[in-house]
Design a protein around this ligand. Sequence first.
Ligand code: C5P
Length: 201
Amino acid sequence: MTLTVAIDGPAASGKGTISKRVAAEFGFAHLDTGLLYRAVGAKMLAGVEPIEAAQTLEAADLTPENLRTAEVAQAASKVATIEQVRAALVDFQRAFAARAGGAVLDGRDIGSVICPDAQVKLFVTASAEVRAERRYLELAGKGHDVTRDGVLADVVERDRRDSERAVAPMKPAEGAVVIDTSTLDIEAAVARASQFIRAAL
Ligand code: C5P
């Protein structure tokens, strides 16, 4: 069985946690596609030309610890507007989606561009204020030097860049189920996502 679950949505919507949890529950592989763009963004900050960085990306570049900073997130959303960067990352994502045993991919364009035939498509969202508060607590908890206003401004800027770009803009895919986590706790959101996956098995 090669069931593909596409989970898209903006930053700090809960899509990453939901993806991890349902992948573990169903025994599916999980790919956080944001890491690909973050890795390219980090290389750009280090002086590498982004298209070349995307074309030569290796598994060793995808170390989440170094890539979860606000600076890398902004760089990621900039390189993600470049058509050739996105094109260079398509095959890897599609091969991952097709692996035997099922796969969950989370990102911005999984249901719309990477896996339009995914059996399950979810779009996980929440208000910008709720998402910024979550991201603030996460970053502050890790000891990053952040302010609530700064994190909210970052979230709003990244949302705008991601949803207004010409190539593969962030939007709910056709047929996607929208899960708004503004007032749902993580358990309830995971339960809802599981329910849609179970129905597709
Ligand atoms: O999900 P995450 O916040 O790690 O993504 C970082 C950035 O990578 C996003 O703001 C977006 O610009 C880009 N991205 C994308 N398409 C994806 C995943 C991430 O454009 N499928």
